[in-house]
Design a protein around this ligand. Structure first.
Ligand code: FES
Length: 366
């Protein structure tokens, strides 16, 4: 009996010491950070593929196909910054997270990662999150990806293949070199890959130009599920046209919202701006040089929270966090009437100061 008690005590201490409790205690840990280690990195043109593991080789928190993690790092000026990246992997495994990062010319985190990140570095991330998930169904599935939008689509393709569904992956890109995971996609069993190139090589036998709703509808018909991860303009048009054709199940995740073509006045703390030409209320506010805090521009960090005093708006991006009844994330909305907002402006407050987190991208570069 005493031996059994000691054995149980030893096992408990061992598991806690190894950090297993992190993966058992739910759901508060969803707001905490994971310390991950970069075990492999591969460059493909403007893309960086990362493989991240637990430093002790433990299993990582389970992710669902379509979810993303936030990476916390520092930009080239040393300022804290976080960005959301979709998991590009078979989510039935928990040994690693795989991400694809595009080098954006004005990307604060992506530029720092491209310049400094190397195998062995430690990176902080969130737990997997996000509501862009694959619904269970027996109906055919059409996944439409544009550029780096392939990442959640790849995870969904794995999941759908396991569900033994008919799966089409339609990938829109400029050139063949821009296709991420091309060899892998061609090898995936049961995946019906369709590639559309706007700048095809002369001997290209596949689809040339931009796909349209008629092309998608012909693949799978009205009952199919259509999932999109591509530019806002392309996605909005395809979903609208598919609706006219009779498709009933369309789901989308946007890289960013399309710029507003409508002009609505926005007032924040007595300063006036206008929605026209901006991708979100946040962009309109920043264009008016109001120093509202922000970081991710994707509904993940919560820094751009504002109070709605008056007016109507629509959600153009799905936020990953909740707000109180009269608050909203400015990066996720567009006005549908004149808007009056108020916000606490603390120009120096940063995401690092708002959280109790550790240092983010720990590179060994000097
Ligand atoms: S800027 Fe991060 S939630 Fe709006």
């Amino acid at each position: 009996m005493i031996a059994l008690t000691f054995a149980l005590l030893f096992l408990t201490l061992f598991l806690f010491g190894r950090g297993y409790w992190r993966h058992i205690a739910l759901p508060k840990l969803q707001n905490q950070r994971l310390a991950l280690q970069l075990v492999r990195v591969k460059r493909q043109g403007q893309y960086l593929k990362l493989w991240l593991q637990h430093p002790d080789g433990l299993l990582l928190p389970k992710a669902k196909a379509g979810q993303h993690i936030l990476l916390y790092g520092k930009d080239l000026q040393g300022k804290p910054v976080s960005r959301a990246y979709s998991l590009a992997q078979d989510c039935s495994q928990q040994r690693y997270y795989q991400l694809v990062i595009k080098a954006e010319t004005d990307g604060r985190l992506s530029q720092a990662l491209f310049q400094h990140l190397k195998v062995g570095d430690f990176i902080e991330s969130s737990y997997p999150r996000g509501h862009f998930l694959l619904n269970r169904s027996r109906q055919p599935l059409v996944l439409v990806a544009g550029g780096v939008g392939i990442t959640p689509m790849l995870a969904m393709a794995y999941a759908a293949i396991r569900q033994k569904r008919q799966v089409f992956l339609v990938y829109q890109a400029r050139r063949l070199d821009d296709i991420v995971f091309y060899p892998l996609l061609r090898r995936l069993p049961r995946l019906q890959l369709r590639i559309a190139l706007t700048q095809p090589p002369t001997d290209w036998q596949g689809f040339k130009g931009r796909i349209d709703a008629g092309y998608l509808y012909k693949l799978a018909g009205p009952q199919a599920q259509y999932y999109f991860c591509a530019s806002a303009k392309m996605t909005e048009q395809l979903i609208y046209d598919l609706g006219i054709l009779g498709a009933q199940h369309c789901y989308a995740e946007f890289f960013s919202a399309a710029a507003s073509e409508q002009s609505f006045p926005i007032e924040i703390n007595g300063v006036f701006t206008d929605s026209q030409g901006h991708k979100s209320v946040l962009d309109a506010i920043l264009a008016a040089r109001v120093p509202l805090n922000y970081d991710c521009k994707g509904g993940s960090c919560g820094l751009c929270k504002v109070r709605v005093v008056q007016g109507q708006y629509q959600q153009v991006l799905e936020p990953s966090m909740s707000c109180s009844a009269d608050e909203v994330l400015a990066c996720c909305i567009q006005p549908t009437s004149a808007l009056v907002l108020s916000a606490e402006i603390e120009a120096e407050k940063s995401s690092a100061e708002l959280s109790s987190g550790l240092i983010a991208v720990a590179t060994t570069h000097t």
